[in-house]
Design a protein around this ligand. Structure first.
Ligand SMILES: *Cc1c(COP(=O)(O)O)cnc(C)c1O
Length: 375
């Protein structure tokens, strides 16, 4: 049996029953299960607001769009970001007519506070922090830095569903925290995400803007049974970004298993660490001491990475790479060479298989192959 990087696990019967409820009720769109899921997520993550959307990417865009207009940022104002991420994080800065300024990463593969600090200018307005693999890394220092320098903070929490620090879920400290429930994330639906603002007005604005600027959602209008349901107002140009009840149905079921799944992920990571201990040719990326990571990824760094990947493929083991330094992409090449740590990680990082179907034997087998081919 081949060993894949990610295999999402769905509680199929439960998911189907929840979807059936939507179909029977004749309500698959915005409202109904989307509201239920938002409430369940707020309770789970202890966040004051949560708005369910069709993806994390659109949530990040909406976050910047709303913060930009609330604080009156100009086009081409700067957002400090990491080159070591999925391109969504950086594309949304451009979608908002802002400028991505890349800071370098630390040994956790996340933004290095000292590099961020060095790249602040008079035009810097915000920082986007990505908790790679679920790790908080030096996030606490970034939070402090943003407070001191009066910068807005957006947390790309795509890998952080279930990440806690000293028992508290991440998110409330950021101006906006955005989670992903994409097909292979820790809480897989098919495609969806959650935008969690700190400020109630931003949350309200997000609700309007995620449905084209219309000021009331269909469900609350129907629920009110009032006449003139079509008499809504449109106050500004919005987007078609809201989530739907089919995705929310799956999300509600998956949420019940998230903590249990994440603790098995941490178990798998602990087995990898134990098996790889003492082998200097495979350097495991550490997790910050205070962080109970969602452990979306288990990453190691090796020399001759591409050859090692091919050798593992020869044994039907298929790891992944997260990420290529975004400044290697043509469209971000204006910043090429500005982040040497990210450039190095881009060449030597591997994400090992990590999902619910793996056993301790699988972990040992993959670890032993890694050790063999990196000698
Ligand atoms: C998956 C991912 C995204 C995008 O999430 P979608 O829900 O697919 O839009 C953004 N940032 C990071 C770091 C991701 O891994």
């Amino acid at each position: 049996m081949p060993i894949q990087l990610f295999v999402p696990s769905f509680r199929i019967e439960e998911c189907l029953a929840a979807i059936r409820e939507c179909l029977e009720k004749g309500w698959t769109g915005l409202g109904f299960k989307t509201v239920e899921f938002e409430n369940a997520w707020k309770t789970y993550a202890e966040l004051p607001h949560a708005h369910f959307l069709s993806s994390n990417t659109v949530g990040l865009h909406l976050a910047l769009h709303i913060l930009k207009s609330r604080f009156g940022w100009a086009d081409e104002d700067e957002v400090i970001t990491t080159p070591f991420t999925f391109v969504s994080t950086n594309h949304v800065i451009l979608h908002s007519n802002l400028r991505p300024v890349f800071a370098d990463i630390d040994d956790f593969l996340c933004l290095d506070p000292s590099s961020v600090s060095a790249r602040i200018t008079s035009r810097t307005r915000a920082v986007i922090f990505v908790g790679v693999g679920g790790n908080t890394a030096q996030y606490d220092k970034i939070v402090d830095l943003c407070r001191e320098r009066r910068l807005r903070l957006v947390l790309d929490a795509a890998h952080m569903a279930g990440t806690r620090v000293e028992g508290r879920h991440v998110g409330p400290e950021a101006d906006a925290a955005v989670f992903s429930f994409q097909a292979v994330k820790n809480l897989p639906t098919a495609d969806s995400g959650m935008l969690c603002f700190k400020d109630p007005e931003d949350d309200e604005r997000a609700r309007k803007l995620s449905w084209l600027g219309i000021n009331k959602d269909t469900y609350s209008r129907t629920a009110a049974h009032g006449p003139y349901k079509w008499m809504y107002d449109v106050e500004e140009v919005g987007f078609k970004y809201h989530g739907n009840s089919i995705m929310a149905s799956i999300g509600l079921v998956q949420l019940k298993w998230l903590d249990q799944d994440n603790s098995y992920r941490r178990q798998l990571a602990a087995w990898y660490r134990a098996r790889l201990a003492g082998h200097d040719s495979v350097r495991a990326v550490e997790v910050a001491p205070s962080c109970e990571s969602a452990t979306h990824l288990f990453q190691v760094r090796v020399d001759r990475r591409d050859a090692v990947m091919l050798a593992l493929n020869g044994h039907e083991v298929y790891p992944g790479v997260h990420y290529r330094d975004n400044t290697e992409y043509r469209m971000y090449s204006y910043a090429s060479g500005s982040c040497p740590n990210a450039a190095r990680a881009s060449r030597d990082v591997i994400s090992l298989p990590l999902h619910m179907n793996l056993t301790r034997n699988d972990v040992n087998m993959v670890s032993d192959l890694l050790v063999r081919y990196t000698k």
